[in-house]
Design a protein around this ligand. Sequence first.
Ligand code: ADP
Ligand code: LRH
Length: 487
Amino acid sequence: MLRVAAVDLGASSGRVMLGLYDGARLTLEERHRFSTRPVQMGNHLCTDVAQLHAHVLRGLDACHQDSRLDAVGIDGWAVDFGLVNDRGELVAPPRHYRDPGHEAGVVRAGQLISSDELFLETGIQHLPFNTIYQLLALQSEAPDLMSRTAWLLLLPDLLNFFLTGIPRAEFTNATTTQLVSAETGDWSEKLLARLGLPRRMFPDIAAPGATLGPARRLTAVGAPQVVHVASHDTASAVVAVPARRQPCLYISSGTWSLVGTTVPSPITSLPAAKSNFSNEGGVGHYRLLKNVMGLWILQEVQREWAAADQALSLAQLLREAEESPPFAHLFDPDHPRFLHPPSMLAAIREACEEGGRAPRERGEVVRAILESLVLKYRWVVEELARITGYSFDAVHVVGGGSQNALLSQWTADCLNLPVFAGPAEASAWGNAVMQLVALGELGSLDEARELIRTSVDIRVYEPRASEMWEEPYKRFCDLVSDPHRAS
Ligand code: ADP
Ligand code: LRH
């Protein structure tokens, strides 16, 4: 029996899962779960990496129990990083991507390179918090920071560094920095020089499935091998999409909804640029996808209601949504106002008032969120089909959001495609199977996916009453505020 620990840092919760592989079947058991919510420190929203590291160690201990672990792999949310000096210490608290301070970097980048050139070089969509912008903002705020920095390490790479002492970048997550060349798959020297970012602080890039080194003896677990999984959580989730036919259409549904497909190499055509699609690195493929704001919007309104002593279970909220009138309040969930508003309820109200009437009841609010998300999925899927020339006959929904039956059914209805929902812990599954690849137990991504297919339960939602979504979809298209929207 092989034992692997899959550490998955989602944008709302982190988990450490024990993977047990008997040569035929893989099972995953959750051993530790913790919040990954950012903390306000002074003027900035930061990630508490000391806490994350402590949780990783606690989770590894919980996996260890009496038998030793064979390997450990860490994946996590993209773009965020720590800067460490040559003594291996953080030179500043890592900022969180929802910190509004990165905006200054977007302005600075605009002075140095055009967005078209940037997309052509990297194939990555413009998101105002990409590593490139975070770095440029830091550089203008604290010019001495880079001179004190030995290594820039994205969060999973930083935690790997704490475990092993080895500074190394992993390919899938490195691409999300918007500093990797779409042509070579390595740091773009041209771009770094143009932006005045020191090449020396970017570590060598390893491929997912490579071995990093033994963990230092930080816990009772001893020194299992730390391996490079697809360390971008979405890349790990895409590894776990249990589709028989590739390329397929997937939605990685959690805090974010990542809607996309896979392509053999980056598509940096004009339509892809105009629709602001991303070509993120994957395992033997690129992930052509777009970020949709996702269940973050729902999480935030739930938080607001809980703070006002009006907490209801998600199941109850979904029932109220189902009982509310359809298509009464629509908004574009990707408007920047939803990235980190002081009040999500106020932001929704404001957006709906622009197009008509604001929702008042809880059920109306939840219905507005879910319908708007689903309509945005359709918008993205239509763009995706246009850019790739692919036609899709099903959609795979993975991640925590795949457990939301109402959302899955509406996704099927609006896209007029069957939805295959699951696995819910897709990133952890993708993480675990890549460890088996690294250990030589599985030979290919196809084998890894076959193992997942035989190990997880998938629910199917057939489309119903799809015609009902036609008129609202037309209304919704007029609301889409993406500045890069194709004409
Ligand atoms: P992340 O990895 O970004 O932290 P997850 O993939 O864990 O996010 O997804 C979290 C979301 O999944 C929650 O915000 C919630 O909306 C949804 N979710 C989790 N569990 C359930 C459930 N049992 N039923 C419906 N939705 C769920
Ligand atoms: C999802 C995710 C997504 C990124 C965002 C920062 O957790 O990694 O793919 O765009 O977080």
